[in-house]
Design a binder for this molecule. Structure first.
Ligand SMILES: Nc1ncnc2c1ncn2[C@@H]1O[C@H](COP(=O)(O)OP(=O)(O)O)[C@@H](O)[C@H]1O
Ligand code: SF4
Ligand SMILES: [Mg+2]
Length: 335
């Protein structure tokens, strides 16, 4: 496949990532089906939010897109090249093309390095030999994430910065090699509510200015309108609903998405820090996921004899809108 402007930046087909658990004390051996049959394309320059409760496989998917987990089945094509078929050197180059922003900024920043060292290190590893040039680029990166005066920040250690400032340093570091693609895994969930929207707006501004492709992983549907073009809703290792952001928020189709949105509208849930308690019940174990639709034990609309027996295919109840639910069984299958 050729690298053309119209080809997707990333094509993911039938991706499965399973972990084998060994027997340990009372714990039984088994297979964790963390990602279990996910397919999608990412266009160049688009921002996608992957939304789902804790434990549904979001981070495993992110790590596999970064080349840190190997697929158990299926493949990921980046610019038309298969990650599965890549050599070690190809993978190293590939990782340099993707910026990663993880959940815990403090954990991402080695505590004994100054901000200048933290920002200069990737440049040095990737062959920028001139120290003045590294410093100039470190300062420019801090200005881009609005950490100023950059000259004062460069000499600081991570613990001297607030959580929001630390996450800005993590973002600056993710951008310093000028990647075309950023994956941010719950980048604001450990920050104070007061700085979350600022950081989301910052990421959106940089994404738009640089024309970056952004994958943003979150459990929080309430803020996706700030930055996402499309939403992928994930449940128990699968995508259950995908659509453009306005379409998905204004006309949610899948009972799981509807439950997440209803929880946001509930004033008690709106004060809660996570969506873990809602919708009622817990996401299933990914060692023995339920038969049929994985959401059926929690679904208020489950149909006995169908939902508990057969896996729903991906339907397109509205144009460009995929929902994997038997309620849409008269709609065409998603293409
Ligand atoms: N390295 C691993 N070994 C075994 N199980 C794992 C590993 N990484 C993740 N898991 C399991 O995979 C499931 C999905 O986890 P994760 O991808 O972190 O979900 P999320 O990011 O949505 O919370 C969980 O059950 C988790 O315990
Ligand atoms: S397939 Fe059935 S159980 Fe699953 S979400 Fe749809 S109605 Fe609910
Ligand atoms: Mg996670």
């Amino acid at each position: 496949m050729k690298d053309t402007a119209t080809a997707p930046l990333m094509h993911v087909a039938g991706l499965r990532v399973h972990f084998t658990l060994r027997k340990w004390g009372f714990l039984r051996a088994g297979t964790v089906r963390a990602v279990d049959g996910v397919s999608f394309d990412l266009a160049r320059g688009e921002a996608v939010a992957i939304v789902g409760e804790s434990g549904c496989g979001k981070s495993t998917l992110a790590r596999t897109m970064l080349g840190l987990n190997r697929p158990s089945d299926g493949d990921i094509l980046f610019n038309g090249a298969s990650l599965g078929a890549s050599s070690g050197a190809d993978m190293q180059r590939y990782r340099a093309e993707i910026g990663f922003v993880q959940q815990d900024p403090y954990g991402a920043l080695p505590p004994f390095m100054t901000v200048e060292q933290l920002l200069a290190e990737p440049l040095r590893i990737h062959g920028v030999r001139d120290a003045a040039e590294r410093r100039r680029r470190a300062e420019a990166a801090l200005e881009e994430v609005r950490l100023t005066p950059a000259g004062d920040i460069l000499g600081k250690f991570p613990h001297m910065l607030s959580g929001g400032q630390q996450q800005r340093v993590v973002i600056a570091r993710a951008l310093i090699l000028e990647p075309a693609f950023i994956i941010a895994d719950e980048p604001v969930s450990m920050l104070d509510a007061s700085v979350r929207v600022e950081i989301l707006r910052l990421l959106k501004r940089i994404q738009a200015e640089r024309g970056l492709t952004l994958v943003f992983i979150t459990h929080d549907l309430s803020t996706v309108r700030h930055y996402a073009d499309r939403i992928f809703v994930m449940y128990a290792g699968r995508f259950v609903e995908t659509a453009h952001v306005e379409e998905l928020l204004d006309a949610p189709q899948h009972p799981y998405t509807r439950a997440l949105l209803a929880a946001l509208a509930d004033p008690d849930a709106a004060n809660a820090d996570t969506l873990r308690e809602v919708p009622a019940g817990e996401p299933p174990s990914l060692v023995n996921p339920p038969t049929g639709c994985r959401f059926h034990p929690r679904c208020p609309q489950a149909m006995a004899g169908l939902c508990d027996a057969e896996d729903p295919p991906e339907f397109a109840p509205r144009p460009g809108h995929m929902s994997a639910c038997w309620l849409h069984r008269d709609a065409p299958e998603a293409g």
